[in-house]
Design a protein around this ligand. Structure first.
Ligand code: PHB
Length: 358
């Protein structure tokens, strides 16, 4: 196949993506008051609308789901109205955008929680280290163990978030089951020490994700729903004793729903190691596979040609290169992102990265 594969169309559900390049979800902590998207966010997403598909930054489904200051939500009418301006601007530029549904679980702090309550998790195990709060860094606190009876309620909040996202004009939703947040905390045995139906075997640990997927599919067509996993990421102090077995079981479970795609963070953000058999996870899932983390144009083309991925998502490259599609197509130089402006602040390091002159 020619090297133009990166710029060839791909179908997910009823959508035609004009190329295989996806803008990965990127937390930027620049939402306005009430964790509401505002004009600056509209401009940022509109600038990047030439991506085959964009996935929004992680967006909390409930006040309990929040983990950091300035991350947007999709649970209030104001947040929905803010996102509606984003999706309208993206569509006007000819783009497509999914919203990423997020609950952080234990990766939060009482100062961010409704009524100063404890963050919630599958088991009462605090992550090591400190987290961002409105008053600076603070140690993580031990979370409250969720009751089994609470799980359908949280699954319903994912479904409500999905319904809200579709009402706000998104083309679909991505269930965030990666990077050490709530669903991932259930999937992995390092954070899930439950002895009920939600813990123990891989089948039990994947149960909450299964319930979330089924709740979301009640309100959104399967062809508009993706799931994101990060099988060997240790980010947010998470681990699993048998990650291949755990995530083989997850991919196998997801196979039957005919989802839009499976989005996989390959390797560990923290150590840079990549040891699992991802083609196996892709095959077990059986549907469109979106690969992420560390892909360059060359690696992306190689993977697409080898058939080890159907779509490639780019994170840090999209922070600094709003016109990444054109830059890749023309082999133009790339701008380096400034890590100091990743999280929080205003236009600097957000909407002021240059476009190629046209
Ligand atoms: C982050 O805040 O760095 C972050 C948020 C969500 C992710 C990964 C990283 O999935």
């Amino acid at each position: 196949m020619s090297q133009d594969i990166l710029f060839s169309p791909f179908h997910i559900g009823s959508l035609t993506l004009p190329n295989r390049m996806v803008m990965a979800p990127l937390t930027r902590n620049r939402a306005g008051d009430g964790n509401t998207p505002h004009a600056l966010n509209v401009e940022y997403y509109a600038q990047r609308a030439t991506a085959g598909l964009m996935i929004s930054e992680a967006t909390q489904i409930s006040p309990q789901g929040v983990g950091y200051p300035g991350t947007p939500g999709i649970h209030s009418p104001e947040q929905m109205a803010g996102w509606e301006r984003v999706t309208a601007a993206v569509h006007k530029k000819g783009g497509r955008i999914f919203l990423q549904l997020w609950h952080v679980g234990r990766v939060s702090h009482p100062s961010l929680q409704p009524d100063g309550g404890k963050p919630v998790a599958p088991s009462a195990l605090a992550p090591q280290g400190e987290t961002f709060t409105a008053d600076g860094m603070a140690p993580f606190e031990t979370p409250r163990t969720l009751d089994a009876e609470e799980m359908p309620f949280i699954a319903a909040q994912y479904a409500q978030g999905a319904e809200n996202a579709m009402a706000a004009g998104f083309d679909g939703v991505e269930i965030h089951a990666a990077n050490g947040y709530l669903i991932d905390q259930f999937l992995r045995d390092g954070t899930n020490q439950r002895t009920d139906l939600y813990g123990g075997s891989p089948e039990n640990r994947r149960r909450f994700l299964k319930e979330v997927v089924e709740a979301v599919l009640e309100v959104v067509d399967a062809g508009k729903v993706g799931v994101r996993l990060s099988p060997e990421n240790t980010f947010n102090d998470i681990c699993d004793s048998e990650p291949q077995a755990t995530f083989d079981a997850v991919a196998e479970m997801l196979n039957s729903y005919h989802l839009a795609y499976l989005h996989v963070v390959e390797g560990d953000f923290v150590s840079g190691e990549k040891t699992l058999d991802y083609p196996r996870i892709k095959d077990l899932f059986g549907g469109p596979y979106m690969a992420n983390a560390g892909y360059t144009k060359e690696l992306a083309e190689k993977s697409l040609q080898a058939g080890t991925a159907d779509l490639i998502s780019f994170g840090s490259l999209y922070i600094a290169n709003p016109d990444l599609v054109v830059r890749f197509a023309e082999n133009a130089p790339l701008t380096e992102p400034d890590e100091a402006t990743y999280y929080g602040g205003g236009a600097k390091g957000y909407t002021d990265y240059p476009f190629l002159p046209r």
